[in-house]
Design a protein around this ligand. Structure first.
Ligand SMILES: [Fe+2]
Ligand SMILES: [Fe+2]
Length: 275
């Protein structure tokens, strides 16, 4: 048996300002036409759900209106980010409560034949100790199923030895804790978003699939190109024998917005510095 899953990410939908809504509407219809068994949204559903009830509620409703059974994990624009990163919207109890009211749990498990999907909030792995109890339990009774982590941030950008502390991947300390919890095992798969790039790569025994955004890319002037800067979604096939394959789906007629050219959305971006 094979389960077909559509992964959608980083829609950045707003209630009053909604520059990426038209691309999302095209993606939504494309996914309806594809008739997947399940839809996964890997964070940044909203333009500014970290501070706006209306944005988070609108973004949630529009994902639900696709009309497919679905699960979602929050992104930094939905619940804020680790306080250790020093950003203007730190993850905290109030932001987590907003997500809980609108969307429900921030971490969850979902079993498929041969697989266990584990949804995590990668913006609070330092701040929310309770998430580790959930994760330990989800791993302990997986019953031999292959493990797929479903999260907003990638586990790494390059490899498990990454020691950079920055906005993009799971931070080194919680990454180490996660690997320690797994013992000598590795997750079979990590599905993420956040970078607004498409990449499907195996490294250090872990296959990581980065879903692109449905809404926009960040041009090379402002973000290093570690994957393909495309607009789209990912179609996954989860097989009962614990294997998996996936393919990028482009969104016909979607506009290739570049956030660097849209300072009115989140402010001007800092150019990347060349080494
Ligand atoms: Fe995003
Ligand atoms: Fe993000």
């Amino acid at each position: 048996m094979t389960v077909r899953i559509a992964q959608i990410s980083d829609a950045h939908l707003g209630a009053s300002r909604d520059p990426f809504g038209p691309n999302f509407d095209l993606a939504a219809q494309h996914i309806r036409d594809a008739r997947p068994d399940l839809l996964l949204a890997t964070g940044d559903l909203s333009l500014d759900g970290a501070d706006s009830d209306a944005d988070l509620a609108a973004a949630w409703a529009r994902h639900a209106a696709i009309g497919v059974e679905w699960r979602a994990v929050p992104g930094n624009h939905d619940v804020g980010d680790e306080a250790a990163l020093g950003g203007r919207q730190p993850w905290n109890g109030a932001r987590a409560a907003r997500w809980a009211t609108v969307a429900g749990p921030r971490c969850w498990l979902h079993d498929l034949p041969g697989w266990r999907l584990i949804g995590l909030d990668t913006q609070s792995l330092i701040s929310d100790a309770g998430q580790w109890d959930f994760l330990a339990g989800a791993l302990a009774d997986a019953g031999g199923r292959a493990i797929a982590l479903v999260q907003h941030k990638p586990l790494t950008e390059q490899g498990l030895s990454d020691d950079a502390v920055n906005y993009w991947p799971v931070l080194p300390a919680p990454r180490g804790r996660l690997l320690a919890l797994l013992g000598g095992m590795r997750p079979a798969l990590v599905l993420s978003g956040h970078l607004h790039m498409w990449r499907d790569r195996v490294g250090d025994g872990i296959r990581q699939v980065w879903a692109p955004s449905t809404g926009f890319v960040v041009g090379d002037r402002w973000q290093e190109a570690l994957g393909e800067k495309r607009i789209g979604w990912v179609e996954h096939h989860f097989h009962a024998d614990g294997t998996h394959d996936c393919v990028l789906r482009d969104i016909p007629l979607a506009r290739p917005h570049d956030l660097g050219d849209m300072p009115e959305v989140y402010g001007p971006l800092e150019p990347v510095t060349q080494a």
